[in-house]
Design a protein around this ligand. Structure first.
Ligand SMILES: *Cc1c(COP(=O)(O)O)cnc(C)c1O
Length: 467
């Protein structure tokens, strides 16, 4: 058949729309999308004919059913959400690219009620009149930290911006050169400082800053002393920084507020569970810091948010700053945050119910058991590959505890008939979107970040990819 004849055989859109499968699809999917997908399927065929040499056109078949199946396949892809669930086999617990922290299953009912029904978001039930969305977290934060007040904004970058803009606009803020942090490429302390209208006064050297370095630059223009937790790097060797206690004394001596960007909001002393000690939010408040900021979706394990806690006099001012309106959080964030924070009232429950804490504190025997369970299921497939459990290391991620390599259990797969990168790609693009590591020509799934209810999907996709 020549090209002209093939083109003539291509079905029209109307012809396909008359097919019963497409008629059913029209009930389920928007008509415009069905049309778009049918046109795409026909055009793909047309392009195929164009691309073939005249001598090869006999290899092309025009089959109506095939074009209908193609249309339905394209339709499903076109209608699927762009933001999808994936399986995290990387062992990076707070994986910023994969959505950072995960919310607990136990809060889904509260979250859905807040989402789908009216609430007292900005309504004072006692007084029967307008209230503030920022009051909902106050009691829980007070109980957990003893801080006087709290304000929640879009993320921690916004929190730092709001604090500086409110407390130090057109004035000076002293920060150690060892703490001029950059996080994730777009957040830098000096840049946020500029954006807020505050002037950064750098003191000390990269590796060493002394108390007298701070004291020497204090003038009547100084609005605050700021401590930044270097969450994503460590300066090792010949280094020294000034402890919070000393900065506190200095700040009282000169009557200057002390503020701290903690980055990750740790509420539990995780050294009890074998991790490196990270300063907690409670530590900072106890040591007298006037205003502390931290993320909601790092070690705290809540939704994306920037949490500002501390002295009422400062937080009241922040609430009146016009920026607050632009940085404000929605009701779902407030609900997820309050529900998550409430779990911390019982530390054991928090560790058990907040997914990232559970993942970070697994005992090695538990991981071994989890890995064996997955391996057993995979073995049943009799795949043409070398598959086994090995020792490995997970990471905290999210710019937290950068030096921490947590002992873990991994499942390594060396396929015999395809190469590892092909396997990686197939699984990444599969319906379950499995994200894993490839190292030493092995496909590696770290069991720590994989949920047990994802095992069957992994087994299914491995079966498809390796058969
Ligand atoms: C992560 C981090 C930030 C930014 O927090 P986001 O919630 O991602 O905006 C700011 N400061 C420090 C020290 C951090 O670790």
């Amino acid at each position: 058949m020549n090209k002209k004849e093939l083109f003539a055989m291509l079905p029209s859109v109307d012809e396909i729309l008359g097919n019963s499968k497409i008629v059913s699809a029209l009930i389920e999917y928007p008509r415009s999308l069905v049309l778009e997908s049918v046109r795409e399927a026909i055009n793909t065929k047309r392009q195929l004919i164009i691309n073939f040499n005249d001598e090869e056109t006999n290899k092309i078949k025009i089959d109506l059913n095939e074009i209908i199946e193609d249309s339905l396949f394209i339709l499903k892809i076109n209608y699927s959400l762009s933001l999808k669930k994936v399986i995290n086999g990387t062992g990076i617990v707070i994986h910023t690219n994969l959505g950072r922290s995960l919310l607990s299953d136990s809060i889904k009912e509260d979250l859905w009620i807040t989402a789908s029904r009216y609430s007292n978001l900005e309504y004072n039930l006692d007084e029967g009149q307008r209230g503030s969305r920022y009051t909902h977290l106050t009691n829980t934060i007070k109980r957990l930290t003893g801080a006087e007040d709290v304000l929640v904004v879009n993320n921690n970058a916004a929190a730092v911006l709001l604090v500086l803009s409110t407390m130090a606009k057109e004035k000076e803020v002293i920060v150690s050169r060892g703490e001029l942090v950059e996080v994730g490429g777009s957040f830098r302390i000096p840049s946020i400082m500029t954006l807020s209208g505050a002037n950064l006064v750098e003191v000390g050297a990269t590796n060493k800053t002394h108390l007298k370095d701070y004291e020497e630059v204090i003038t009547e223009k100084t609005a605050a002393i700021m401590k930044v937790h270097t969450s994503n790097y460590k300066i090792l060797g010949f280094s020294e920084s000034v402890e919070l206690e000393e900065l506190y004394k200095l700040s009282r001596k000169h009557n200057i507020p002390l503020i701290e960007d903690l980055g990750s909001g740790v509420f539990i002393d995780l050294s009890k569970y074998g991790l490196t000690y990270e300063p907690t939010v409670l530590d900072s408040i106890k040591k007298g810091v006037d205003v502390v900021t931290f993320s909601g979706d790092k070690m705290l394990g809540g939704p994306q948010a920037g949490i500002i806690i501390g002295k009422k006099e400062f937080i009241e001012k922040m609430k009146k700053n016009q920026l607050t309106r632009a940085l404000r959080v929605d009701k779902l964030t407030i609900c997820a945050l309050e529900s998550t924070l409430r779990m911390y009232l019982d530390e054991e429950k928090a560790i058990k119910n907040i997914p990232i804490l559970k993942m970070l504190t697994y005992k090695i025997e538990e991981l071994e058991k989890k890995a064996s369970c997955l391996l057993e299921k995979i073995k049943k497939l009799n795949l043409d590959a070398k598959i086994k459990i090995e020792d490995g290391f997970s990471q905290v991620g999210g710019g937290s505890m950068p030096l921490e390599a947590i002992k873990s259990k991994i499942i390594s797969i060396v396929p015999k008939n395809i190469n590892v990168s092909t396997l990686e790609k197939k699984l990444r693009l599969s319906d379950s979107h499995i994200i894993a590591r490839v190292s030493d020509n092995k496909y590696i799934l770290d069991i720590r970040t994989i949920f047990e209810d994802e095992f069957d999907d992994i087994v299914k996709e491995l079966g498809k990819a390796l058969r």
